[in-house]
Design a protein around this ligand. Sequence first.
Ligand SMILES: NC(=O)c1ccc[n+]([C@@H]2O[C@H](COP(=O)([O-])OP(=O)(O)OC[C@H]3O[C@@H](n4cnc5c(N)ncnc54)[C@H](OP(=O)(O)O)[C@@H]3O)[C@@H](O)[C@H]2O)c1
Length: 372
Amino acid sequence: MGKKVGVVGGTGFLGAHLVQLLADAGFEPVVIARRPQRVQEVLPRLGVEARYGDVRNPGSLGQALKGCTYVHCVAGAMGGVFTSPSPQRREAAVRVNVEGTVNVLRAARDARAERVVVTSSCSTRYQHRGSLANEDSPAFGAEIVRDSYVRSKVLEEQACTAFSRGTGLPVTAILPGAMVGPRDTSPTPLGAALLARLNGESRGGVGLEGAFPVVDVRDVARAHLAAISAESPDDAYLVVADTVRTRDWQELFSRVTGIPNDAGAIPPVVAMPMALMFEAISWVRRTPAQFNRNAVRHARQGQQYDCTRARSELGIAFRPLETTVQDTVCWYAANGWITDDARLAIVNSALDRAAYDARPVSLSPQPSGLRA
Ligand SMILES: NC(=O)c1ccc[n+]([C@@H]2O[C@H](COP(=O)([O-])OP(=O)(O)OC[C@H]3O[C@@H](n4cnc5c(N)ncnc54)[C@H](OP(=O)(O)O)[C@@H]3O)[C@@H](O)[C@H]2O)c1
């Protein structure tokens, strides 16, 4: 039996890939989840141990992390922070990221874990439009830090550094861009946009003009795995494959899927008032906004990142984005997420399925593959 590795949030998008990778690498992953029954749904056939643990409930974490040599905290509040119309709900969600992570650190220290790896975000390293940010760049500008999600991640990292200094527990932070990849079932905002385009929904046909940082979720999982044995444990590592322009992303989607590129990008001067209107409608109707002003700001900023540290110290070679998009679309097609038959036929004839099946960690739960 390999060493036990606790994965708090192992039922999530990143978490499930990480659990699979740990098992493949000979570790004994232990999934800590607030709904342990989901483990069988998310990771069928893997047979991993599941334990109950809610990061908001410190009492639940002591038992959950017992015997774990390493701990990954990949639990986090995402959806509610971006889409909830209520500032109170957004704030409640960010508390999961900050207080919840500290609760995990305390329990890991009490369980005598040797190292903790946490997932923050590359957006804590914004500096200037057109510049290259690295791990030492500060979060920049009130506009960006005012974003409740970014603020929660900045506070989370500060709390981790303080805890590590105070207790000597090594804590490594992984800072990914927007993650894309197979098995995005929640799905993330980027996954939802991709899926909407695959299904020919009008909201999939427009993006915000600018650029955004992207990375394959499987490369983020590999960074977490490698961080267990990184030489300098208290470091942070940016993991971003590329900052891609919206129009290039739309073009890439068409190249991979065979679906003609009829998508457009809304310039910030138009997007800002639209976002304000969406936010007002969302507030009145209590439904999620199509996009908000923070999303417009992020796209306009289009921050680029220098990931030399992850490449040299963690040995990460980022997958080409074309492979990422292809594998993601393959997974959606293979698992019945493309409901528009005409589009599914186009996608099926464009996809390189043999290459997808041959790739490691493709995580297709239905090896029978794409629908004919
Ligand atoms: N997705 C991205 O593009 C992206 C980019 C940068 C950074 N990140 C960060 O990466 C991490 C993972 O993101 P993801 O996309 O994998 O998110 P996800 O799919 O939403 O998964 C989040 C996981 O956290 C768990 N969780 C939420 N609240 C919890 C609580 N109170 N106690 C215990 N577990 C709880 C969820 O459990 P349930 O299964 O019960 O819901 C789920 O397993 C997060 O910290 C996120 O902020 C994500």
